[in-house]
Design a protein around this ligand. Structure first.
Ligand SMILES: CC(C)(COP(=O)(O)OP(=O)(O)OC[C@H]1O[C@@H](n2cnc3c(N)ncnc32)[C@H](O)[C@@H]1OP(=O)(O)O)[C@@H](O)C(=O)NCCC(=O)NCCS
Length: 187
């Protein structure tokens, strides 16, 4: 444990090692390559292409480590995975943080996603968030299995919400209550 914004070398299941740390402005070209590689696959994330380095720099500059954070997995000097959390901006949803994650092909299925999600949740708890939320395409079984194994539950389905390679696909909304325990606000 320790500082949730620490830099740490983490071992993967196949023997490779990745440094897990908060992103820096100097990572922009590498985070851009990462998101665009995953985006071009079309089947996992909403974004298909970030149009250029200035857009990526503007996105990176918004992470303050207080209400928003971006963690990156770095192999050598290249970002091969990124996971972000954006805190709600309204008084009514400030307790909620929305999560996104994208790991490149070639680095999946060896434990990095779990490591990155655990670190995000550690940061969220340290920052006092009460709830994590995310949206995942119903076809993304690997991601759903990861989120459920971390305690996320299905809170809703947006039917035929995305169109992937000509097919309509549901989007599943998932949430994880981080506490404190409280009574329901339902009437
Ligand atoms: C989804 C994603 C974050 C998962 O991260 P990962 O590093 O590949 O997954 P991990 O190796 O940490 O495995 C986590 C869990 O996922 C599941 N999993 C892993 N590989 C899997 C596979 N090939 N098939 C099904 N489930 C799988 C297992 O439940 C695994 O649990 P375990 O740690 O007990 O074995 C990553 O694959 C990714 O970024 N994919 C592309 C982009 C994407 O889908 N983003 C999420 C959009 S909502």
């Amino acid at each position: 444990m320790g500082d949730p914004l620490r830099s740490e070398e983490v071992p993967l299941r196949d023997g490779r090692k990745v440094v897990l740390r908060p992103a820096r402005m100097g990572d922009a070209e590498s985070t851009l390559r990462n998101v665009n590689r995953v985006g071009r696959e079309e089947i996992y994330i909403m974004m298909e292409e970030v149009p250029g380095i200035e857009v990526e720099r503007a996105w990176l500059s918004a992470f303050d480590g207080i209400r928003n954070v971006l963690f990156v997995g770095v192999a050598g000097s290249e970002v091969i995975g990124a996971a972000d959390c954006h805190g709600g901006t309204f008084p009514k949803d400030r307790h909620v943080g929305g999560i996104g994650i994208a790991i490149q092909d070639g680095w999946r299925g060896v434990g990095l996603g779990r490591r990155m999600m655990v670190r995000l949740l550690e940061w969220m708890r340290a920052r006092g968030f009460s709830k994590a939320e995310l949206a995942v395409f119903a076809t993304n079984e690997r991601a759903i299995r990861l989120y459920e194994s971390l305690g996320f539950t299905r809170e809703g389905i947006r039917r035929r919400h995305v169109r992937i390679r000509g097919e309509y696909v549901d989007e599943i909304l998932m949430g994880l209550w981080l506490g404190p325990e409280t009574t329901s606000a339902a009437p």
